[in-house]
Design a protein around this ligand. Sequence first.
Ligand code: SF4
Ligand code: SF4
Length: 236
Amino acid sequence: MAEPLPPTRPRIPGSGLAKGLAVTLRTMARKTVTEQYPDAQPELPPRTRGVIGLFEENCTVCMLCARECPDWCIYIDSHKETVPPAAPGGRERSRNVLDRFAIDFALCMYCGICIEVCPFDALFWSPEFEYAETDIHELTHERDKLREWMWTVPAPPALDPAAEEPKELAAARKTAEKLATTEAEQAEQTAQAEKSDPTKPTHPTDPTKPTHPTDPTKPTDPTKPTKRAEPQEGDS
Ligand code: SF4
Ligand code: SF4
């Protein structure tokens, strides 16, 4: 058997109107959240996904971004070039040269996978979003335009003071310290060797070099009298 419904309270006439007015008054008293775009630019969070910038100097044409893009909206063309060996007798190497790098933002779903997978830090998010076009073809940004977006990429946030030192910096610091230690040891060894060997001149000079160098190619002037030794007392 169905349970009886709870008794409903009798409606006071005009209560709905009073409720509506209360909501209106509450909203009027609240701070407005409307932004006056485009007269006032919105304050976007630093990690906003607006558009993708390409730093093509870092791109090695590994094609990882194009392969991982779920929308297949990254277009890359390249060719191979042979690089001569760095030293005589070495082997020639080949390297990829970028011919085309384009992203179709009409297809892009701003997932950020391409930026995540790029192993060489060649792609970055920019918060710029004002690139609407009336022609959909214009939404395919070629490498020049992608490079221009790099100017709008915000600087990376400062490292946490307690964060681990980046691997590259740690390696460079260790190499510099090692070099400085080796140089100091060598200088100390030289100083000790000079101290223990008194026959060795303190400031070794190049024996092949004359002490007062004269230009041997310069002929001496025969008409010029040579300086004679002053006669000493007792000389006859
Ligand atoms: S953000 Fe996503 S969809 Fe857009 S280009 Fe990168 S991988 Fe493709
Ligand atoms: S993953 Fe990075 S380095 Fe590789 S092709 Fe894409 S942008 Fe260039």
